[in-house]
Design a protein around this ligand. Sequence first.
Ligand code: FAD
Length: 436
Amino acid sequence: MRIAVIGAGIVGITTAWELAEDGHEVTVFERRSSIAEETSFANAGVIAPGYVTPWAAPGMPAKVLNGMLSTHAAVRFGRGVWRCLPWIRRYLAACSRPVHEANRRAMQALARYSRERLDSIAARHRLDYEQAQGYLVLLRHERDLERAQGGIRLLQEVGTTVRVLDAAACRAVEPGLNPDTPLRAGLHLPHDGVGNCRLFAHQLRALAQPAGVSFRFGVEVMPLDPAEPMHLRWRNSVHPMGTSQMPTELQEARFDRVVLCAGVAAARLAHAVGLRLPLVPVYGYSATMPMRDSAATFGQGPNSGLMDERYKVAITRLGQQIRVAGSAELGGQADHMAVAAQSTLYKVLQDWFPGSGDVSRVRLWKGGRPMLPDGPPVVGAAPVAGLWLNLGHGSSGWALSCGSARLLADRIAGRQPAIDDTRLGYERLSNPGRPG
Ligand SMILES: Cc1cc2nc3c(=O)[nH]c(=O)nc-3n(C[C@H](O)[C@H](O)[C@H](O)COP(=O)(O)OP(=O)(O)OC[C@H]3O[C@@H](n4cnc5c(N)ncnc54)[C@H](O)[C@@H]3O)c2cc1C
């Protein structure tokens, strides 16, 4: 079949790859000049299936509100947050225990499957995407350890290997941890880890092109036409920072299937064909810097991935670089860099690995997680003939991408996927508060 994939983030590129593996003729449309230029550009890189969980959870709204009074709040409201009110209403409906449980199970099953799929692609093609093994969740105080007990039980229930370590054992796993910062305990997930999402996306593109996938970069696909949804129209995109290109006449082509992997922009593309995708960008920040030579030599930087549970900030080692990432900003704008959010990143890095990164060469980044109110992505058929959806992966798109792509390709081929996908359908969005 001739299949169009709209969007070349990590979800689009993995989708294109799996569809090409099944023998389809795939064309990827991307408005940027290359792949992984938007939310997949500089995420934290964590792949920890046991930690993939919906943000809609019992007790979460109260936690968010309490935390907002703190200088280093994990969640902030940006300008224009009122536009997210319908989304917030749906989010609250999905916070009940039964709904959260159902969504968590679905997301973790997908994350585990995705991890297997990622490992098998990487092994088959000998990919080095700066992966490192091990994930350590840092619990600064006794109360953090108490709060973590429920999470530990859940991890054990789903068969995740998790070890509760005292401070000395944490420092044995990550010898660079600053001894002066109080540390009560850590949760160590030895089989989870990190990898460079953008690098992997580029490597997959290099494999996909000879496998027959064509890429149309710098083109913006127009909203789908309700009369002919498989008939795509596009034109050159205008560079967001100015006018590096002029818009051109519309071009068009017909496909047998269209897969929407356009992140938050998918809502606008699919609106005219009657789809209501409750997607909002939940912005986060990352700061990436080269590791100082001295830190590399004397083991003062991170070895793999860490999460400061108190501040919800991840620190990851990606090759010879350190990345620190976090913050969740609802409302706000893609091009406004909030100083407070950045200072939280620097504080956490300074607390745990002081002097390990060359901050004079830091690269700051802000990306919008394509977030659905209840948690799991939508992976499957849309209620429009020929249209398929792979979107809304929120804070775990990298960790979920390879599995989502294979699952979607199986469904398009009419095959039963390897995992249960009943919770990943579009239909559930009409009632995010329904557990079953
Ligand atoms: C600070 C931060 C940290 C994160 N950390 C992690 C992590 O540790 N682990 C993890 O698993 N996930 C993480 N995430 C989440 C992850 O980055 C996202 O879930 C993932 O990148 C989403 O991928 P995507 O392909 O759906 O979206 P995108 O990467 O945004 O791709 C969508 C693409 O569609 C294109 N597009 C849109 N509209 C059109 C159109 N009309 N025509 C043509 N092209 C179009 C866009 O240009 C874009 O390239 C993090 C996110 C943030 C912000």
